[in-house]
Design a protein around this ligand. Structure first.
Ligand SMILES: [Zn+2]
Length: 260
């Protein structure tokens, strides 16, 4: 499935949520600048530092960007595109499609894609806020000619949705920084993992996927992985993955393009 006899594919993906994820979590948060500042950090501090790291390792990534976030932080999105990374849709607001009517969901999808296309990028992929789908999501993606979705957890290899041209690039919580590091005031009992723990989990999972000739789709959030200790971790992890022989590092769109 992979080019140059590679044993696996690996994609570094970033969900650029900024403040939108906190507002989706609780609309009351829109009036709480302290809570929102956690998201602001992603746009203000983390994205430029992540772009520096990716450039240093010569890795192109996929950024799933919320439409409202692209409107609020156009400079950041321009920088992402200028550096050669892929843009993909992550909702217009950060609202789960399961909470929207079919018409609202379609409106969000089209609006978000057209905003991202305004940055001169080809936009072919979709990741829903929270990986949640409505009963209409697959139909809408197919109708609007999206090439791939990166939301489901039912495989370790990309596949085509049955009877559709839509490709699925499967994800999993184990490869999501939020599962290990997300922290909000509702999570006081949750321990924040160390970078050593996440490094062990991600390295083992990647090597396991490689044994099985699959695709390793890593999901990160600038506001989460963009803390200084975690950036140092990401630097080392990028070095590990780029140094792994017969491992094809690609954008999600490129990986989707390999599915027969
Ligand atoms: Zn998100």
């Amino acid at each position: 499935m992979w080019p140059d006899e590679a044993r696996c594919a690996a994609a570094f993906t970033f969900d650029f949520d900024a403040e939108s994820v906190w507002i989706a979590d609780d609309p009351e948060n829109a009036k709480r600048p302290g809570v929102l500042s956690q998201g602001t950090y992603g746009a203000k501090v983390a994205v430029p530092l992540i772009l520096d790291l990716l450039e240093r390792h010569d890795v192109r990534a996929t950024f799933f960007v919320v439409g409202q976030v692209a409107e609020q932080y156009p400079d950041r999105v321009e920088a992402i595109v200028r550096a050669g990374h892929e843009l993909a849709v992550h909702g217009y607001t950060h609202t789960s499609p399961a909470k929207l009517s079919r018409a609202e969901e379609e409106h969000e999808l089209i609006r978000a894609r057209s905003i991202l296309e305004g940055f001169g990028a080809g936009v072919t992929g979709y990741r829903s806020p929270s990986w949640d789908f409505s009963p209409h999501t697959v139909d809408l993606l197919e109708e609007h000619s999206f090439r791939y979705s990166s939301n489901f957890m039912d495989d370790i290899r990309p596949y085509r949705h049955e009877g559709r041209s839509l490709v699925e690039l499967p994800v999993q919580w184990i490869l999501d920084d939020a599962a290990h590091w997300w922290f909000g005031s509702a999570d006081w009992t949750k321990k924040i993992s160390t970078t050593a723990e996440v490094r062990a989990i991600w390295e083992e999972e990647l090597l396991g996927i490689r044994e099985l000739r699959g695709s390793c789709i890593l999901t990160m959030h600038p506001q989460v992985v963009g803390r200084p200790s975690r950036l140092a971790f990401l630097d080392a992890f990028l070095g590990f993955v780029t140094g792994l022989e017969r491992t094809w590092i690609a954008t999600c769109d490129e990986i989707a393009g390999r599915v027969p």
